[in-house]
Design a protein around this ligand. Structure first.
Ligand SMILES: Cc1cc2nc3c(=O)[nH]c(=O)nc-3n(C[C@H](O)[C@H](O)[C@H](O)COP(=O)(O)OP(=O)(O)OC[C@H]3O[C@@H](n4cnc5c(N)ncnc54)[C@H](O)[C@@H]3O)c2cc1C
Length: 314
């Protein structure tokens, strides 16, 4: 370990007075259950700790990466050279009848529970999507033709200079499974969402309906996967078509590489069936992409995020 790493470690425990874990297996940090070890791992449970950890890493030129629930992530078999910061900063504050301020480490499940308890409607479509608000805003998570970005009014981010900045919805440039956070690596600290006052019973019914619909299509809860692997592509006529439509026609459901396989019930889900490596998953994804490109001339784009072992330092 070089001197930069040693200085970082000392400074971390001195100024944060919190444990920095060393050589941590990333398998347990992603629902795909793959990946090597990270040099450093820190679970931040308060906003000041989260901000401080990022600033320290930047100051010492240590590569860092923020994770929420790890439900959309694929770590490298060789792990990560640097610091993985798990965002566990959870809090929801009600502002008026239909406005909520949510800290980015709050899970979607907690968010839904809060909305039900307070009879706030709008987020029923998020029911069943695993992960945190930070991950959801990053990828503009959605289902049933709705997405989280449409409800965001304003937010606080930590920008590249390590400054906290208040931004409005326009900053995010939300699109299908896309936000500015995907490209600029700013960090969402908290977001304010605008919902509507509703009737608790109606909200509960819609949630139950959505969960039942998801259950029909998705792998069982215990399956090791990261949700839909590819984004749904847009055709030249502007129509967005499910990636599964093309994948089915290239025989995806019968394909596998090593311990990775395509889920038999949905061609756009790759699952870690039996001790797959990340390389198995990446090879399978490449084979699927190649087949779709060859047959339909369509370039599928990954929705799942692959984190390579080395990231350029901030
Ligand atoms: C069974 C299953 C079903 C799924 N169904 C859906 C679905 O219907 N719709 C859908 O959209 N997705 C779905 N997903 C994918 C996943 O749940 C979402 O992408 C979710 O929003 C990921 O949240 P996370 O906290 O786990 O993010 P992570 O996987 O931990 O991180 C994903 C990305 O977000 C970034 N990130 C995390 N927190 C922050 C932050 N605070 N600030 C900036 N960047 C941040 C990370 O750096 C990373 O690049 C599904 C996944 C599974 C396993």
């Amino acid at each position: 370990m070089d001197s930069e790493y040693l200085g970082f470690k000392e400074q971390f425990s001195k100024t944060l007075d919190k444990s920095l874990r060393l050589s941590v297996s990333l398998r347990k940090q992603t629902n795909f259950k793959v990946g090597g070890r990270a040099d450093y791992f820190f679970a931040a449970s308060s906003l000041p700790d989260l901000v401080h950890a990022v600033r320290l890493a930047r100051q010492h030129k240590i590569s860092y990466y923020i994770i929420g629930g790890g439900y959309n992530l694929l770590f490298d078999d060789k792990g990560f050279r640097g610091l993985i910061i798990k965002n566990c900063v959870q809090k929801i504050v009600k502002r008026g009848t239909a406005k909520i301020e949510v800290f980015s480490g709050t899970t979607i499940q907690e968010l839904i529970k809060f909305c039900v308890a307070n009879a706030m409607e709008g987020f029923e479509f998020l029911a069943g999507i695993p992960g945190t608000v930070g991950g959801a805003v990053f990828g503009n998570a959605g289902a049933f033709d709705r997405d989280i970005g449409s409800f965001l009014a304003e937010a606080r981010i930590l920008d590249k200079r390590g400054e906290q900045v208040q931004v409005d919805r326009d900053y995010f440039a939300f699109d299908y499974r896309q936000s500015r956070l995907r490209t600029n690596r700013d960090l969402l600290l908290k977001a304010t969402f605008l919902l509507q006052k509703g009737l608790r019973q109606d909200i509960e019914e819609r949630i139950a309906e959505n969960l039942a619909n998801r259950e029909k299509k998705h792998p069982p809860k215990e399956a090791a996967c990261a949700g839909s692997y590819f984004k749904n592509p847009v055709l030249p006529d502007g129509k967005r078509v499910p990636a599964a439509y093309f994948l089915e026609q290239v025989g995806a459901k019968s394909l596998g590489v090593g311990g990775a396989a395509v889920f038999s019930g949905h061609a756009n889900f790759i699952i870690n069936k039996q001790e797959a490596t990340t390389n198995d998953i990446l090879s399978l994804a490449l084979e699927l992409k190649n087949r779709v490109k060859q047959k339909f001339g369509i370039e599928l784009e990954e929705e799942v995020i692959y984190l390579p072992e080395e990231l350029s330092t901030p």
